[in-house]
Design a protein around this ligand. Structure first.
Ligand SMILES: [Zn+2]
Ligand SMILES: [Zn+2]
Length: 145
C-alpha cells in the first residue's frame, strides 16, 4: 500500500558549537538572513558583522547541551548573545517574546536555504570591513611574499 503524503516534509539540518557540547536541529526554511554591522554585533561577535537567521520556534529543537549555554543580555536593549560555556561558539537563542529562534548562520553544519538576505546597519560598518569584494580572495593562506 502506498503512503500518501499530505504535506511536503521540510528537511531539517543540524548545527552546533565547535567543541560539540551544544547541538540542535532546525527546519531548513529560512525566510531572512540579517548581516548586521552595528557596533553591538561587531563587539559581541568579535567580527565584522553578525550573521543571523530567523526561524519559527516550532521548527527548532535542541539535540544536546542546552545546559552548557550561557546567555548575555545587553541591559535595556533587545540584544542578546548565547554561547557555549566550553568553547565560546555562538549558538541559537529565542527572541524577546519567544516566538522565533535566532540562529547564528555560522553554527549550521549543513547548507541553509535562505530566501532573502539583508545587510543592516551598514552605516556602522568599520572601514576595515568595507569594500570586501575588492579584497583579494585566497583559497587558503596566501603564499608567502
Ligand atoms: Zn562548545
Ligand atoms: Zn547588530
Amino acid at each position: 500500500m502506498m503512503h500518501i503524503q499530505r504535506s511536503p516534509t521540510i528537511q531539517k539540518i543540524k548545527g552546533g558549537c565547535l567543541c560539540g557540547a551544544v547541538s540542535f536541529e532546525v527546519v531548513n526554511a529560512f525566510e531572512k538572513l540579517f548581516l548586521c554591522s552595528c557596533d553591538q554585533c561587531r563587539q559581541i561577535t568579535g567580527s565584522a558583522f553578525a550573521s543571523n537567521l530567523f526561524v519559527g520556534i516550532e521548527g527548532f529543537d535542541w539535540l544536546g547541551g542546552a545546559g552548557d549555554i550561557i546567555n548575555y543580555q545587553v541591559p535595556e536593549r533587545e540584544i542578546s548573545k548565547s554561547f557555549c560555556r566550553v568553547c565560546g561558539s555562538g549558538v541559537p537563542w529565542a527572541n524577546g517574546n519567544g516566538t522565533k529562534m535566532i540562529i547564528p548562520a555560522g553554527s549550521l553544519s549543513e547548507p541553509a536555504n535562505v530566501v532573502e538576505r539583508f545587510r543592516i546597519f551598514a552605516s556602522e560598518q568599520p572601514a576595515w570591513a568595507s569594500d570586501l569584494e575588492q579584497v583579494a580572495a585566497h583559497a587558503e593562506f596566501p603564499e608567502s611574499p
